[in-house]
Design a protein around this ligand. Structure first.
Ligand SMILES: [Fe+2]
Length: 465
């Protein structure tokens, strides 16, 4: 009797140990799989909140009470209406659980994500709350932190706020500007159309002093919609060539990107290449890699064809491209990698994507060909900026644009993305200087905006998707 009892105990012990080990393993796996909790950092200190923030539909949602109170607002919860009211000075925000329609000082605003109730706590979109209370809200994906800083504060030199779709490499540039002027730079990033919509919706109460965008078409749309105020600046007029800025001085190109022909030298000899128009020749059938019609880069290129040839001839050219059955890829980097991998022989991309790939790998097997050198020149576009119509810090905004057009600003800003400076007196980054000299289409950038709708319709008619 003794032995079986003993072995039963031993079996039970073994079972317990095994279970314990399993539980430990599962627990550590679960911990490894769970994303780090989101932190909300105000003035450098992480906030303690009544519930854990969450990302819903790509938006950071936070429990409203701790955040509002930390940002100096008063909050009121109406359980019957399931609404949150937030006040601070003139500010009055109202949000309702489950509804994307919110109000800011009585004006209706559409939220990207409706407030939700999770385990007894109401979570609201942090950006709407923070911006409404006069703060700049910046998401840092690396640390999964939301950084909240005052949009305006009394400080020597003051501040300038940007809404920018250009997010690569901007921080060192702004740090250098602050060093030079004492003006602090705050910025929020987003897609161009979304940022324009935000400036429009915020109206007189916008925090944005500067709208910084890629592609002249976006700048043109902002100007057309009355979001930008003209600037009368001798420095900007001197530093930025006339074709790279708005004829009415509402926006200024700051860096140049050239959309041109790229090829794999094992499969194409440069003598076979000439123009964008020539890529419609049947000899390129099945050999082209291009960006879809939905991207503004394609639309601006086609706008430049319309400007050069008129709509009928431009459509013939685009139909020729389509007949060559290009591979369509919505990323210039992936287009170049596709060429390198042996799919397709010739592509059209912006030059700096090749610059980046060459910096990472000097043996990257794709070469640049400057298009249309025997006629109007290669297609140029810009990233650029304008000062908003209701800029709270207009003088600082103009100072920022002027500095960005100066030798110091141009060098940093253009080099951060291997772009050509807009200011002709500033030298290019060595990698792209190595692409050689070339002729650029002198067309005014504003034409890309003016002809954008016609280009979109033409692409559709020609069956370019
Ligand atoms: Fe780009």
């Amino acid at each position: 009797m003794k032995k079986p009892l003993n072995s039963n105990f031993r079996r039970l012990g073994l079972l317990l140990v095994t279970t314990l080990i399993l539980v430990t393993i599962i627990h550590s796996f679960a911990q490894a799989a769970a994303p780090r909790p989101i932190r909300v950092v105000v003035d450098g200190t992480a906030l303690t909140m009544e519930a854990t923030p969450q990302i819903i539909n790509g938006r950071v949602m936070v429990p409203f009470r701790a955040v509002t109170e930390r940002l100096g607002g008063q909050v009121n919860w109406n359980g019957q209406e399931r609404s949150v009211s937030v006040t601070k000075g003139e500010t009055a925000l109202r949000l309702v659980v489950g509804q994307t329609a919110a109000t800011n000082r009585g004006r209706t605003v559409t939220l990207d994500a409706a407030p939700v109730q999770v385990a007894g706590h109401v979570l609201v979109p942090l950006r709407f709350l923070g911006t409404g209370l006069g703060y700049i809200v910046h998401w840092d994906s690396a640390t999964r932190s939301v950084i909240i800083r005052p949009a305006a504060e009394p400080r020597a030199g003051g501040i300038v706020n940007l809404y920018t779709s250009r997010h690569y490499g901007v921080e060192p540039v702004f740090t250098a500007f602050t060093r030079a002027t004492g003006i602090q730079v705050r910025f929020q990033t987003g897609a161009d159309a979304v940022l324009r919509e935000r400036i429009r919706a915020e109206g007189r109460h916008t925090l944005a002093d500067v709208y910084l965008a890629v592609d002249a078409g976006n700048l043109w749309l902002a100007a057309r919609d009355g979001l930008l105020e003209p600037i009368n600046s001798a420095a900007l007029n001197r530093n930025i060539p006339a074709n790279l800025r708005d004829p009415n001085n509402r926006w200024f190109g700051l860096t140049q990107r050239v959309r041109t022909i790229m090829y794999h030298p094992d499969r194409v000899r440069p003598e076979e290449l000439s123009t964008y128009e020539d890529l419609a020749d049947p000899k390129w059938r099945g050999r082209l890699v291009m960006r879809p019609a939905t991207h503004s880069y394609t639309q601006s290129l086609v706008a430049s064809l319309i400007a050069a040839h008129g709509e009928a001839r431009a459509e013939e050219i685009v139909r020729g491209w389509v007949a060559n059955q290009p591979i369509l890829i919505d990323s210039d980097t992936r287009i170049l990698e596709t060429l390198a991998a042996g799919r397709g022989d010739v592509a059209i991309t912006n030059h700096y994507y090749l610059g980046r790939l060459l910096e990472a790998n000097p043996a990257f097997p794709v070469k640049v060909f400057w298009a249309n050198q025997n006629n109007r020149g290669a297609h140029v576009n810009v990233s650029g900026a304008g000062v908003t119509a209701h800029a709270p810090n207009r003088e600082n905004a103009i100072k920022l644009l002027e500095w960005l057009s100066s030798a110091e600003g141009q060098k940093l800003f253009a080099d951060s993305n291997h772009e050509y400076p807009a200011n002709p007196n500033v030298a290019s980054h060595p990698i792209i200087a190595g692409f050689g000299n070339f002729r650029r289409d002198p067309l005014n950038m504003a034409e890309y905006g003016r002809l954008q709708e016609a280009a979109v319709r033409l692409l559709d008619r020609a069956g370019y998707r």
